[in-house]
Design a protein around this ligand. Sequence first.
Ligand SMILES: [Zn+2]
Length: 237
Amino acid sequence: MSDCQDPCHQHPESSLRRLLDNNREWAERLAAEQPGFFPRLAAQHNPEYLWIGCSDSRVPANEICGLLPGEIFVHRNIANIVLQSDLNCVSVIQFAVEVLKIKHIIVTGHYGCLGVHAALEEKRVGLADHWIAHVRAVFSRHEDLLMAEPVRAERERLLCELNVIEQVVNVCRLPVMQDAWNRGQELTVHGWVYGLQDGKLRDLGLCVGERRRTDALRREAVTAWMAQRAQETGAPS
Ligand SMILES: [Zn+2]
């Protein structure tokens, strides 16, 4: 190591050293608690869930759901967007559905999402504006519902929720999903929102397990969610 010119290796007390130390302790502890855990995991990959979430460091899939390595397949990007034209995301879904044969896809947004906030406030953040434009499109689609919410913070929470519903719809319309349902594969899509303030997941009540018409699916999901919201807040739906 003494000859190494890599600046990361020249400061063993740097914050990166902490990560490597943590890793060694974690691996040793898990191996002690569950003998054979890592060799078993290395020999097979059989997760039941695909998590599509935000890249936000405060929303880690495994920890939130109390799952060990090997239990959940994960794709994350800013504001948990699913696009037909995103080869990365669509490849993850195709691999999860056709190769891993996962049973549940969970799109998970979160309150306090900076991508959603930027879209709502029309804030410029740089290159990522192009990506966040997809959340802005969700805003435009549901502008009447959103602008009917007078409290700004509550409007932002609603946009987080509607964004999840729209991304669930986007998952369901993918050809790979339609093909899976056509051949009778057991596969359901869900929409959740995570609360940074309390660490709790909220189920938006979506559970799509068959081929659906996109417009009808969106309409029913949004109507049901708005009714539930109204019930919770006591406001007319
Ligand atoms: Zn986020």
